[in-house]
Design a protein around this ligand. Sequence first.
Ligand code: COA
Length: 416
Amino acid sequence: MTHPRRTPPHLATPTLERVAPDGHAEFYATVTANFMEADAAGREQLDREQFGTARKLGFRVDGRWVATFDSVHRTMAVPGGQLDVAAITAVTVAGSYRRRGLLTQMMRTALLECPEPAALLWASEPSIYGRFGFGEATTRLRVTGRAPEMAFLPEIDLGTGSVDVLPAAEWLALVAPLRERLRAQRPGWLDRDEGWWRWSCSDPAEWRDGALPLQHAAHFDAAGTVTGYALYSTHAVQQPHGPDGEVRIRELVAADSASYARLWRYLVDLDLMRRIRYPRGERDLPLRDMLASTSSITCEIADATYLRIIDLPTVLGARQYAADCDVAVSIGDPLIEANRGTWRIRVAERRAEVAPTTAPADLSLGIRELSAAYLGGVRLGQLQRAGRVTEHTEGAVGALSEALGWHRMPHCLDDF
Ligand SMILES: CC(C)(COP(=O)(O)OP(=O)(O)OC[C@H]1O[C@@H](n2cnc3c(N)ncnc32)[C@H](O)[C@@H]1OP(=O)(O)O)[C@@H](O)C(=O)NCCC(=O)NCCS
């Protein structure tokens, strides 16, 4: 039996190529192999439906993929507005080809030809993407709780509604419009069409790690209107001392505090469950403020989505601002020349006018820092104290920091 010749990696010259319309399965198999993940049933089909092949690219050697990269258009809520973003995914390089610049070339190609004014990604490791101008724009709380200790303060109002678990299709018809309505209020949330809902509720058996299939819960208010939902699973565990099950919450969304409280009460009080896990909690999670004993939960801060401003004036023009300011800002950008230089950012009546200026800069920062601060989750003043923003005119960092702040922390529940 003869095998096709394989060029040893040190002698190979990988070539940057696009994926043909019929090449999805082969490309996807390389992504899962490079992520060192087992193929989950149905995921290839889902990826094909949601991402297609139009923007997939990568490096090939001897007709095989050795590096992969993909992105897709999404719309993200930003403070007081919406922003088109390229959601980047499937970034992988085969072990034999790592650290020879393949990721750098794929990222440069994708960012320079990106049709959206900004890019967004989840990083497998936080240290990878800063060099390309991505800033940590949303963070999350990994919440774990001991259910029997999670009593609420007596003044917490649960309303007079109720929670029910519904068949997936019935549930989706009720909660999708609610989430879309609430999306505008939460910077960082992405739009979801039917396909993205399928993606978000995808529940391959290989990923359950002992838990039962995903449950679709909805909260109905006193009038019977849906005002919240939770996506969760349960993992029943029996210990010698008794039941020790875990509730794993994937999403919990509510339109008002009573619906929010009742959804949590429903999950915390499930019989046989003793532990709660919610890995994607928002940074301004109200749950902690409802508890009689805050030590009944542990909240660990973790990174979430990283944002990269590509077209600076468009991106700054897409959001509203919390305070007026008028500053000249020197921007450094390792990749996109058009962003480099000094910009006058003048905010009045919540809107920014952004134009190049020859005036001396009041402050200097990198595109990574501006991208991190853009959704209002990170204060520029904090980055200044970390040594990542330099002030030339007293008060300039404070003024821009105030303007970029927002009353709700950015959050992302969407996986991609
Ligand atoms: C992460 C990954 C894509 C990097 O690809 P790569 O082709 O080796 O990256 P490059 O050679 O272009 O590296 C560019 C720079 O980033 C650095 N870098 C790359 N991966 C890094 C990592 N995981 N942690 C820290 N630094 C990293 C390199 O050291 C290099 O730095 P330098 O310019 O100072 O020398 C690759 O290691 C991989 O596929 N890992 C497994 C899958 C994964 O984690 N994907 C990311 C999904 S979010």
